[in-house]
Design a protein around this ligand. Structure first.
Ligand code: SF4
Length: 209
């Protein structure tokens, strides 16, 4: 188990490396890198796709309207953004909010993998099809549409940590779609149950998967 201060130092060093990164062209048009933020020993990690306009301007993940929705979803399961770690699969904003390209994802995801190693979450919720596709490729699980698999719990061992993986929709997709918002709320309740069960197993001395 990495000590809390050790984790914090490791995460700060990684953020500094990301801030200087030139491994793919995405840094060229970006104002700031958005490495990710939150509790470095969090039980729950949220993984989105890429920074948007507000995130690029502030250097923080999920600060726009989708971020507000994310905070509501967390509050629905008794958490705040300070209780979780939030990151994206690419750390600089793709121009015009286009999808990140495969080479960009390949170049950037070693940073995310290191963040998962440092945090060692019990549950990861993947927000949207890009992060779901990337994380589930380790099992491997393939899918055509995120709506086919959202809310499913995939037990896995990821980078040495036992973890429950839960794909869901991207909050931005739910801003104008009440049905998607309901789906997100449902999937966050699944995550809340998984977290509670993990804590129960730990309290009784049982080990999770
Ligand atoms: S998107 Fe990732 S790989 Fe590309 S420059 Fe930024 S930090 Fe480096």
């Amino acid at each position: 188990m990495v000590e809390e201060t050790g984790r914090e130092v490791a995460m700060e060093r990684l953020a500094a490396v990301i801030g200087e990164c030139r491994k793919c062209p995405l840094f060229e048009d970006a104002h700031h890198a958005v490495p990710g933020e939150g509790a470095v020993g969090a039980d729950l990690m949220l993984i989105g796709e890429a920074p948007g306009k507000q995130e690029d301007l502030t250097g923080r993940p999920f600060v726009g309207r989708a971020g507000k929705l994310l905070e509501c979803l967390l509050s629905g399961i008794g958490l705040s953004r300070d209780d979780v770690f939030i990151a994206n699969i690419v750390k600089h904003r793709p121009p015009g909010n286009r999808d990140p390209e495969d080479e960009e994802i390949r170049a950037c995801t070693p940073y995310l993998e290191e963040q998962i190693r440092i945090v060692g979450p019990k549950v990861i919720v993947m927000l949207g099809r890009h992060s779901s596709r990337y994380i589930l490729s380790f099992l491997p699980v393939e899918f055509d549409r995120i709506t086919e698999i959202r809310g499913t719990v995939y037990p896995a061992v990821l980078f040495g940590h036992p973890v429950r993986l839960i794909p869901t929709l991207h909050p931005a997709a739910a801003l104008y779609n009440p049905a998607y918002r309901e789906a997100l709320e449902e999937d966050f309740r699944v995550a809340g149950r998984e977290l509670a069960e993990g804590r129960g197993a730990r309290d009784t001395g049982l080990k999770g998967q």
